[in-house]
Structures are given as structure tokens and as C-alpha cells.
Design a protein around this ligand. Structure first.
Ligand SMILES: [Zn+2]
Ligand SMILES: [Zn+2]
Length: 440
């Protein structure tokens, strides 16, 4: 698949500094009301995603997720209330799982230290190069100003010389106007040039946190194989084009564009049709890859599931995660039908969506209401951040329940002529995908 032909590409971006990355890493919503088992599952997804990022050379995202994993275990999970009971059942699988994940901390911490050095050096190098560039721009500008001044002086002299002749032919005020116009022209040219320089500098130093910086050459100290390999790849493709994030969360965190094959929804509705006829929900997982800083849904996974009219729960999740892990895919979101309801996110849906968004800001929920009586048939949603992610993370209720706050979620599909309706999700024709139906 050639992903390069898609829009929203940018050639150069500034690397964020470590402080910015650390801030992003620890700005997740921890709450002990989410069971330890769920946190452990989320943690292993975080690790898996970090590995995928690292293997694709997206070092800052890998750094963010490893740091988040460490933070979770070092500051939160050890005092999770579920552990009190678990410590009495030391043979339980859950407790063993907890210990085995915790045991990875020392190794991860030393890996993060190494990444730390790589990223710090990258940032320092970048600042140095910007400063050097800035000096160059400054020198160019000074030279240009000198030229402008010389030209202005010459034109003054020229006009002085012509004054006598012109005085005879034109009123004095006209001559002053002509001089003034020339002066203004030359000044405005200087201002224009300055303006361009300024905007260029601003653009390159803007900290777009979730962008990879594959295009910047990093010299890397001795590291483990994985990290070294990554940097080698970067060096081999120094001028790689990346997709630019053009959307942001309400908090201002960039959302990378997520491409969904436009015929995926139809395919899903076909698969769901048997359930839909019986007024039962169907759900599927949207899995895919990261390519040049944009996500692509490449695989629709239909998990084993249990459905009712207004719920759908996945079963045998171990198998589900094994399939996804073996394919090295990101979980980019989920899709489900509302056979008897309109197109919206129910309170239960909001909680499900939150568990995806904790792992990935860009994760989405697609809801399909196939019944003709509904005006709207397909919606692509994400939780707002804020207030959505925060409110749902702190809500301890289960089952269907009201939330008092408004604007907890919003549509996020880019639509309309010239993409007038903004959002980070693009339905794209001619994108291939495969379907894995685990119910068979
Ligand atoms: Zn729903
Ligand atoms: Zn709730």
C-alpha cells in the first residue's frame, strides 16, 4: 500500500523537549475505581504500542508510553485496592500477571534513560541548528536593509537632482507623494521579508508533541538493538515526508489523522445484518498501522461477543489481544450497531470509548443505526478532552446511567467541501482492509 499519496503532509517539524514529553506522559487519568485487571490490560497495550512506535522510529511516542507505564506502576497501581485481596491469593493468575508486569520496570527504566539521552541530544542539536539559521537570517536581513537604505538614498539624490525640472512640471506636493510612495514601498518590502522570516521561525519551533521526527538525523550513543536499529532507519531515510496533524483536542494536544476505508462500514453492516434483523447489536474493532504519522485502519476484527438490543460485550479477550498483537496492530477504535436506537454514544458507550482513548488519543467510536426511520445512519465520535475524558474517567457508575455534564463527546469526521467540517477522521476510498471474524 502506498500511503504517500494522501494529503496533509509536512516536511519539517521541531522536536519537542523532554519536559513537554514528560508532561504528556503523565497527563492520563488514573482512577482506582477502574479494576486492577483492566489497568493491567491497558498497561500491556501501552507497552505493546510503545514497542510498535519504537520499531517505526517514532521515538518520542515510545518515550511517552514507556514513561506512562513506569508512572502507572511506580505511583498508582501498587496501592490499588484490588491488591489487598490479591495478596491473599498469591497463586491467582491476576496477581502473577501484576508481578510479571511489575518485574519489567527496572529494564524499562534503563531503556527510558537511554531514550532520554537520544531525545535530549536531538532537541539540543535542533536548537543549535535553529540558532545558526537565525544568525544567517539576521545577517541576510541586515544586508538587505543596508541595500534598501542605499537605494533609498540614491533615489533621494536622483529626485533632488530632478527637482528643478520636476518643480517646473509638477506641483511640489505631487513630488513629495511620489517620494513618500517609494519610501513606503521600500519599507513595506522590508516588513514583508521580516514577516516571512518570523513565520518560518515560529513554524519550525512549534512543539507538535505527537509528531515523529524521522527526518532529523540523530547520532546515537550505544543503545540496545531495538533503539539502534530505529535510528539507523532514520538515517537511511532522512527526508521522509510525514503526515501533519491538523486537528487538536480541546486541550490543544495534536490529533494525528486517522484514515478509515470508506467501504469498511458497509462490510461491517453486512457482517452485522443477521444480528441486526434480530434487533441485536454487533461490535467490531478497528485495528491498523501508523504510517508517517497518520493512522490507517487496515483490519476489521469481529471478536467473539455477547449481544442484546442495546449492549454488546466482547468475549475471550485473551484470544482477541493475541490476534491483534501477532499482527502488530494498533487498536484505533471500535464500531458497533444500534439496531433499535438512533446514532449516538450511550453512557455505556462513553465508558467503553474512554478505555480506548486512554491508550490512544486518536481512538474513535463508529456507531451505525441502519434502520431507515433514523435520520442519521453513521456517526464517528470521540470523547472531548476536556471535559469528556476527565468526567468519564472519574465516573464510578456502571450500566446505563445519566451524566449531568454536557458535551462529553463530539463528531470527529472531516467532512464537506474543502473539509469545511474539521475532525481527525477521514473516510478514504480505495483503501484496502481485511476482516478477521473470530466468531467462526
Ligand atoms: Zn451504543
Ligand atoms: Zn458514567
Amino acid at each position: 500500500m502506498d500511503y504517500d499519496r494522501f494529503s496533509t503532509v509536512e516536511k519539517e517539524t521541531a522536536p519537542p523537549n523532554l519536559k513537554e514529553l514528560k508532561n504528556v506522559a503523565v497527563s492520563y487519568h488514573y482512577t482506582s475505581s477502574i479494576p486492577l485487571a483492566v489497568w493491567l490490560r491497558t498497561s500491556s497495550r501501552i507497552l505493546k504500542h510503545a514497542e510498535v512506535y519504537l520499531s517505526q522510529g517514532v521515538t518520542d511516542q515510545a518515550y511517552i508510553l514507556y514513561t506512562r507505564f513506569i508512572d502507572l506502576f511506580a505511583y498508582h497501581l501498587y496501592k490499588h485496592p484490588d491488591l489487598t485481596d490479591l495478596k491473599r491469593q498469591k497463586d491467582s493468575d491476576l496477581y502473577k500477571h501484576y508481578l510479571s508486569m511489575k518485574a519489567q520496570l527496572p529494564k524499562l527504566m534503563s531503556d527510558v534513560e537511554k531514550l532520554n539521552d537520544v531525545l535530549k541530544k536531538r532537541h539540543d542539536d535542533y536548537i543549535k541548528s535553529v540558532k545558526a539559521k537565525g544568525k544567517l537570517i539576521q545577517r541576510e536581513r541586515e544586508e538587505r536593509l543596508k541595500e534598501e537604505a542605499t537605494e533609498f538614498k540614491r533615489s533621494m539624490l536622483l529626485n533632488e537632482g530632478n527637482k528643478d525640472i520636476q518643480d517646473k512640471n509638477a506641483p511640489a506636493s505631487d513630488l513629495n507623494d511620489a517620494l513618500l510612495a517609494k519610501k513606503l514601498r521600500s519599507l513595506s518590502r522590508i516588513r514583508l521579508n521580516n514577516g516571512q522570516n518570523r513565520s518560518r521561525i515560529q513554524k519550525t519551533t512549534y512543539p507538535i508533541l505527537s509528531l515523529p521526527h524521522n527526518n532529523i538525523d540523530h547520532s546515537v550513543p550505544q543503545l540496545n538493538d531495538n533503539i539502534r536499529q530505529t535510528s539507523k532507519e532514520n538515517k537511511m531515510t532522512p527526508k521522509q515526508i510525514t503526515h501533519r496533524a491538523v486537528n487538536f483536542t480541546e486541550k490543544g494536544i495534536p490529533l494525528r489523522t486517522l484514515f478509515v476505508p470508506s467501504n469498511l462500514v458497509d462490510e461491517f453492516l453486512k457482517i452485522a445484518s443477521r444480528n441486526t434483523k434480530r434487533k441485536l447489536e454487533t461490535c467490531g474493532l478497528l485495528c491498523g498501522k501508523l504510517n508517517r504519522n497518520a493512522f490507517f485502519v487496515t483490519t476489521l476484527v469481529i471478536p467473539e461477543q455477547e449481544s442484546t438490543q442495546n449492549t454488546c460485550n466482547t468475549k475471550n479477550e485473551e484470544k482477541l489481544f493475541e490476534v491483534i498483537d501477532n499482527l502488530d496492530l494498533f487498536m484505533l477504535g471500535w464500531i458497533h450497531t444500534h439496531p433499535t436506537q438512533s446514532c449516538f454514544l450511550s453512557s455505556v458507550d462513553l465508558h467503553s470509548q474512554n478505555s480506548y482513548q486512554i491508550m490512544l488519543n486518536e481512538a474513535i467510536a463508529i456507531v451505525c443505526s441502519p434502520d431507515k426511520k433514523f435520520h442519521k445512519h453513521i456517526g464517528v465520535f470521540r470523547l472531548t478532552d476536556p471535559p469528556g475524558v476527565d468526567v468519564i474517567s472519574h465516573c464510578t457508575k456502571t450500566g446505563f446511567h445519566p451524566h449531568n455534564e454536557k458535551n462529553l463527546y463530539k463528531e470527529c469526521q472531516r467532512l464537506g467541501i474543502n473539509n469545511s467540517k474539521t475532525g481527525h477522521v477521514v473516510m478514504m476510498e480505495n483503501l484496502s482492509f481485511e476482516t478477521k471474524d473470530l466468531r467462526k
